[in-house]
Design a protein around this ligand. Sequence first.
Ligand code: GDP
Ligand code: MN
Length: 380
Amino acid sequence: MDLYEYQGKQYFARFGIPTSPGGVADTVDEAVEQAEAAGYPVVVKAQVKVGGRGKAGGVKLAANADEVRLHAGNILGLDIKGHVVKRLWVEHASDIAKEYYASFTLDRPAKLHLGMLSAEGGVEIEEVAQTNPDAIARIHIDPVAGLGEEAAREWVDRANLDAEARGQAATLLVRLYHCYVEGDCDLAEINPLILTPEGKVHALDAKVTLDENASFRHPEWEEYADDSDVDPREKMAKEKGLNYIGLSGTVGIIANGAGLAMSTLDVVTQVGGEAANFLDIGGGANADVMAAALEVINADPAVKSILVNIFGGITRVDEVANGIIEAIGRVKLSSPIVMRLDGTNAVEGRALLATHLSDTLMAEPTMLEAARHAVALAQA
Ligand code: GDP
Ligand code: MN
């Protein structure tokens, strides 16, 4: 889960990482209020979950209330790479002597945490990596050993930060590492990390991605839940604990196992149809899961037919059949279902379903035939 800059900065603050004082604003008037509170000059910043806001006109300095009004008015509603700005962050502007880059992320192949630090910040790190790779000092951190002040200091020296920034930067990086590890981040990035003419080091930007697998131990993450950009179908599926991805077609898909679900999409496409979704119900295809899956698909007005493709392995087809029968009793469907049931106990499963078949619940012996039938119904 990505955080907005202002949330990232609030997250940083918990771990003692210095940022500039500021506040959020959803209107021009609020922006002026926040500016008065932070003290002029201020910087007015678009809050969107995408980088390169500066270049897109989403970050502007303002010396007084009139300039805040002007910039806040222009930035609110601005479209930055498909993200419309609805909220601003207004903070006291910093004087910048130097811009650095710092981040922690996971190096999966190395099975270690990776810190990246560069004296050439402010620009996109991908650009630095391409044009001047030696300008990025890397450090691999054993998660058991952690990052101590001494190692941080050696890293800062290696990155060639300005002499007066080194001590503060090392301290800040140790804190950023704590934020990254204890805060369960996938990414904790500061670009730019600045040195001011007065010799202070602090974070001017914050890019934080939280590892949602750790949300069970972070009840406080609740406040970051942000549905504004989420597909309502995916939101509903998530609430029901389903592995669902919304697509733009008309054939709803239910399959067990991600591989089979993907193959089902392929077969639907192959016979001239378009899938409305990817949905893997996993191993436990009981009535609850099946009913939840049917509810989510049924709620999508674009769906014209539903293809249920189950291959029983450990999951037994007769159990799946019972699940489908019970689920159909619970959910009032607006589209017909075509099933393909095969694998363990397929004969028993099909026998169970035989008496329930109708023009809204149909069965086909193979995946290809089931796909053809579902696509024909969707296009009828
Ligand atoms: P991004 O473009 O989305 O990464 O947004 P940033 O928060 O990194 O801001 C972009 C650029 O705006 C920074 O690299 C700075 O050069 C500039 N900037 C941001 N805040 C300030 C500030 O307080 N003072 C000054 N002088 N420049 C700032
Ligand atoms: Mn930035």
